[in-house]
Design a protein around this ligand. Structure first.
Ligand SMILES: Nc1ncnc2c1ncn2[C@@H]1O[C@H](COP(=O)(O)OP(=O)(O)O)[C@@H](O)[C@H]1O
Ligand SMILES: [Mg+2]
Length: 370
């Protein structure tokens, strides 16, 4: 195909660039404006890292967009923890931006958010410490060349930030291989009679889900190595609307969706529905309702609205309407087809139907229910 083929030959660009690439401009501007002391191997001072996360304006007029919307103190505690010899544990219910904050912290502190171990029930010790290239190992015996370092080992060697996602999903004995790393700052390589010592600047950010508690308890020995920061759900509907609107706008731009005309009204309704169902009571505090089994997090509100934007852009008139979000809301709320459907029907009839100005939303939701 040639160039006239409608852009089929266009150079590929990452579907989801890493934070340090997506926000390279902001990070550069911050580094240039930042005259405060930086801990060893940090790209920015702790103050600048906080500004990167929470947003602000630099003396030259450069605007730093807020990445995280939440209490400043939490971010300050998280950032200053990384400047100590204790590791950081971000804890919270799903969708409270633990992964998001972890990525942006690593990007701002070390300029590299990719030294990542994804925790699952199948995460092995090799993924946390090191493995072997077996062809090399058989040919030459154990050597540094035959060794395959884990992201944690690389972060230790480089003085960078390692990330461990969903720490409590990792089997307890594999979790425990982090104890020596975090307490002694060293990784023994018994096969070679050597060790890797962490270079200054090394630290580790782990995330864990509140609801996973009991899946694999964090051992108390390991827990002592971490400072825990609990990320809360957005405190008010306004804050949550702002978060959703901002992320939907960013996602829409990176997916190159034609930008839908002001969708704030619809975003507000999605957020209201999610918050009321989550809290088990209407926003005015008057009507008790049942909560469905799903989590209905901010993250889910973001994906419902992004899906609605795509519908509006491609199949509607470009304006986000109730009909574009109804199916997404239904899909997020009704996880368990039996019990959640009853909860949803009750909510629709008792709350949505009676609400002023929500007729179109009620109708769209009725039509979306099979
Ligand atoms: N307080 C918040 N500030 C900014 N973004 C948020 C906030 N809460 C949720 N989000 C958004 O929610 C999305 C999902 O968050 P994620 O980090 O995957 O959640 P978790 O890892 O806690 O389950 C991210 O795109 C993030 O931008
Ligand atoms: Mg996560």
């Amino acid at each position: 195909m040639t160039d006239s083929s409608g852009g089929f030959e266009a150079a590929p660009s990452a579907l989801r660039p890493h934070a340090e690439d997506a926000f390279a401009e902001e990070l550069r501007a911050l580094a240039a404006a930042d005259d405060r002391p930086r801990p060893a191997r940090w790209r920015l001072s702790p103050w600048a890292v906080c500004t990167y996360l929470l947003g602000g304006e630099l003396p030259g007029g450069t605007v730093i967009t807020p990445k995280y919307v939440g209490p400043r103190r939490l971010v300050e505690v998280a950032v200053s923890t990384l400047a100590t010899d204790r590791a950081l544990l971000l804890l919270g219910v799903p969708g409270t931006a633990k992964t998001w904050v972890s990525e942006h912290l690593a990007a701002a502190v070390s300029g590299d958010s990719t030294l990542l171990v994804q925790g699952t029930a199948g995460t092995s010790e090799e993924a946390v410490r090191y493995g072997w290239n077996y062809a090399q190992l058989l040919a030459e015996g154990p050597s540094r060349k035959a060794l395959v370092p884990s992201p944690v080992m690389r972060a230790m060697a480089e003085g960078g930030t390692a990330r461990v996602e969903e720490l409590t999903r990792i089997p307890a004995d594999v979790q425990d291989s982090l104890i020596t790393v975090l307490s002694e700052k060293t990784l023994p390589l018994p096969e070679l009679g050597e060790e890797v010592q962490a270079v200054r600047g090394f630290n580790l950010i782990a995330t864990a889900n509140d609801r996973d508690r009991g899946v694999n308890e964090l051992s108390s020995a390991l827990r002592r190595r971490f400072n825990t920061v609990v990320l809360p759900l957005p405190e008010s509907a306004e804050a949550e609307v702002e978060i959703v609107a901002r992320r939907v706008d960013q996602l829409g731009r990176s997916l190159e969706l034609p930008s839908a005309a002001d969708g704030t009204a619809e975003i507000r309704r999605v957020v209201t529905v999610f918050r009321e169902l989550r809290d088990g009571v209407t926003a005015d505090g008057r009507t008790r309702i049942k909560s469905p089994s799903g989590t209905l997090s901010t993250a889910e509100a973001i994906s419902v609205v992004t899906g609605g934007m795509a519908l509006a852009a491609h199949f509607g008139d470009g304006v986000l309407r109730a009909a574009d979000v109804a199916a997404g809301v239904l899909g997020a709320v009704v996880r368990d087809p039996a019990s959640d459907r009853v909860v949803w029907q009750e909510y629709l009839e008792a709350v949505v139907r009676e609400r002023d100005g929500w007729k179109d939303f009620y109708r769209a939701c009725r039509e979306a229910s099979p």
